[in-house]
Design a protein around this ligand. Structure first.
Ligand SMILES: CC(C)(COP(=O)(O)OP(=O)(O)OC[C@H]1O[C@@H](n2cnc3c(N)ncnc32)[C@H](O)[C@@H]1OP(=O)(O)O)[C@@H](O)C(=O)NCCC(=O)NCCS
Length: 159
């Protein structure tokens, strides 16, 4: 009985902590729209460089390096385990540890399948879908399905 009560209290405390951390995270972004949902298991760095529009969803185990600027458009869905990086590094050994900023833009109404990797400098057009496990190295036009490593457009979507 006592164990169950303690368990319930711990659950409540954990949920409160997650909500509090989530609200603080949203305040740390350069801007954050309404009804944005971010899993407590997502990891987001460089929050000052990140802008999120309304109704963005970021699922668990997704990792974002935002210091070089990341913009995510309205209603875009980021599945589990994705990676978005806006910082790259030089080939030169003397300067390799210095971060080089390279902004990423993901349009509105996009969907990134689970495990998709978006490399620095990439722009993904509105409404496009990136297949699970894709590595996006170059810009993807709007309204397309892109899959694979490196990601290639395989067809136009009927939106
Ligand atoms: C993007 C996705 C929806 C596309 O599915 P689809 O409509 O069945 O794809 P298509 O039939 O148009 O596929 C076209 C080609 O791309 C290939 N393909 C599809 N998805 C692929 C992927 N993720 N990686 C590599 N190739 C893929 C198909 O095998 C097909 O190749 P073929 O022409 O040689 O047979 C799906 O593959 C996907 O990645 N879904 C993500 C699911 C997910 O992440 N869920 C998490 C919950 S949010």
């Amino acid at each position: 009985m006592l164990t169950r009560v303690i368990g319930k209290c711990m659950d409540k405390l954990l949920r409160w902590h997650q909500k509090y951390t989530n609200e603080n995270l949203k305040k740390a972004f350069a801007s954050c729209g309404q009804r944005v949902m971010i899993s407590p298991d997502a990891r987001i760095w460089g929050t000052h460089g990140i802008t999120l529009e309304d109704d963005v969803i970021i699922n668990a185990f997704t990792h974002i390096f935002g210091a070089g600027r990341v913009h995510i458009g309205a209603r875009t869905l980021i599945s589990t385990g994705c990676s978005i990086a806006s910082i790259t590094h030089s080939e030169q050994l003397a300067t390799r540890t210095w971060g080089i900023e390279s902004p990423v833009t993901i349009g509105s109404d996009c969907w990134l399948g689970t495990g998709a990797i978006i490399l620095p400098g990439v722009n993904i057009g509105d409404g496009s879908i990136i297949g699970a496990g894709a590595v996006v190295t170059k810009d993807i036009p709007p309204g397309c399905l892109a899959v694979g490593v490196p990601a290639r457009v395989v067809r136009k979507l009927e939106l």
